[in-house]
Unconditional design. Sequence first.
Length: 183
Amino acid sequence: MKRLFVYAFCFAVVVACSLGRKAPSTNQSAQTEPTRSPVAPANTQPASAQPRELSVGQASGTYTVKGETLELKYAYAGRAERFGSESLVILLTEKPIPPDSVAEEIKSTPLLEGEKIRGLEYAIDENSMWVRYHPSQYQESSSNKLKEYKIENDIVSGVDDNDGSFSDGKYSRKVKFVAAILK
């Protein structure tokens, strides 16, 4: 009898914990919470929410350059000219960019091109996305946009998951980020 009580109690605790999960407050009618991947934030978050686990200025993930995998931790964004038009430039780096260098780095990437900092450089405009790997200078462009890409209240966020099939696996990336757009 005691064993049956213990099993029933454990079952009740598991059920209660499962039912006790709450979806983020969205001022909408109650819905069941969607399953969330640890890499991709849910699309059902309130407008003010950022990708799960990241604060503004953070990146999470890796990129691979010819077999070397590098971890990205920092995210920066601003508007600058690329390819003759104004683009939203997003920099994801392994080390922080000094605060007094961020504006210049977004404009012309002297630290990334000088190989003092390694990372990814994105230029996004209304029709395309371009990405350059630093330090290799390998580049890709496409009409595809980042997954879960959004700009709200001068904050840009997104997810990029590229398996490297275009480069025969030499260059790949799997990152997410949240960055304040520099004014």
